[in-house]
Design a protein around this ligand. Structure first.
Ligand code: NAD
Ligand code: G3P
Length: 327
């Protein structure tokens, strides 16, 4: 065993946890992958949520929490982050790898981790990253943000390889807003295409959503320019166009006339935008931020309006200024 290698713990063996564990092993780390059901490991060393990805021997799969680590990556769905985080020992900096807002509190992931474990540093990893592509070593980039730029850079160095390039940021708020909101916007983009409203409509939706994300980030103390980066426009581009996106796929199904229950029943893993839409709307309303696209998605998902009304609602708004005035 190389005693100089970093030790990285990955919490959660869903698609993203598996991909991150493989990436950390690729970067040379010894990896502890916490799974609720480690017995689901196949003889080929694959797990159900990413059955084509073989876990290298450097990854130890366990139902026990790690006792030693240089960094802890939390890759469970946002609505389970609090419960899982309380079980994670505060032995190293914790990096949220989920993308969402907690429904019961309207809190972003770093705030949840800080509330539970105030003694360790916190950060967030986000960007345009489909798990299966990262697991297979296809080229990709992401951003790792901590309040301290130095800390962000140190953690980014632990995970960077020639196939996965991490950028450091000191704006965890902006990065979290981008990651959470892109899932909501992807539902709208999918619904737009599913309903046959056209590519023009989708491009307008993505662009105007970016303005919403910038305003929200700014109101929460983040930097609007972060949304021009990988966690903002980068992830919007991927998730609002990529057929592998679960949020976009759910939107497509809604656009084609399926109910939310029917669309969710198709499976394929967690669809974060469904729970994050009302939470993000509450967060925006609490800060007095205008977020018409996010609001419209939340109304559709709650059943308050149908897609026809959603289209009318967004297109019949008064003429606004493109920049500067919140419309
Ligand atoms: N899959 C991707 O491509 C990808 C990429 C980047 C970020 N993410 C984000 O990572 C997070 C996890 O997504 P995923 O794709 O790995 O999930 P997934 O859909 O593959 O699997 C769901 C995971 O949630 C776990 N889970 C379910 N109920 C739980 C509970 N009560 N307590 C603890 N864990 C529970 C399951 O064991 C499983 O590990 C999400 O926030 C997602 O937005 C996913
Ligand atoms: O499949 P989605 O919609 O959850 O998207 C996965 C990743 O977040 C894309 O960056």
């Amino acid at each position: 065993m190389d005693m100089n290698s970093a030790h990285i713990a990955v919490i959660g063996a869903g698609a993203w946890g598996i991909a991150l564990a493989i990436q950390a092993a690729r970067a040379g780390a010894h990896v502890h992958l916490w799974a609720r059901q480690p017995e689901t490991l196949s003889p080929r060393r694959t797990l159900p949520r990413l059955p084509d990805a073989v876990l290298p021997e450097r990854i130890t799969l366990s139902a026990d929490m790690p006792t030693h680590a240089d960094a802890i990556l939390l890759a469970v769905p946002t609505q389970h982050l609090r419960a899982v985080c309380t079980r994670v020992p505060p032995i190293a900096p914790m990096i949220a790898c989920c993308k969402g807002v907690e429904l019961s509190t309207d809190m972003l992931p770093c705030a949840i981790m800080a509330q539970i474990h105030p003694t360790v540093a916190h950060g967030v990893l986000s960007g345009p990253n489909f798990a299966h592509e990262i697991a297979h070593g296809l080229p990709a980039a992401a951003v790792l943000a901590c309040a301290s730029a130095t800390q962000a850079r140190t953690l980014a160095d632990l995970l960077t390889t020639p196939s996965f390039r991490l950028y450091a940021s000191n704006d965890p708020t902006g990065v979290q807003v981008g990651g959470a909101a892109k899932n909501v916007i992807a539902i709208a983009a999918g619904a737009t295409i599913g309903a046959g409203l056209g590519e023009n409509a989708r491009a307008a939706l993505i662009t105007r959503s970016l303005a919403e994300l910038g305003r929200l980030s700014h109101a929460l103390g983040g930097q609007a320019e972060t949304l021009s980066g990988l966690a903002g426009i980068g992830d919007l581009l991927l998730t609002c166009t990529g057929a592998a996106s679960r949020n976009y796929t759910l939107g497509l199904a809604l656009g084609r006339g399926e109910t939310l229950e029917q669309a969710l029943a198709q499976g394929g893993g967690v669809v974060e935008g469904v729970t994050t839409a009302p939470a993000l709307l509450a967060l925006a309303r609490g800060r007095g931020v205008s977020v018409p696209v996010i609001e419209t998605v939340a109304l559709v998902l709650s059943g308050a309006i149908d897609l026809h009304a959603a289209r009318t609602r967004l297109m019949n708004r008064p003429v606004g200024q493109e920049f500067g005035i919140p419309t």
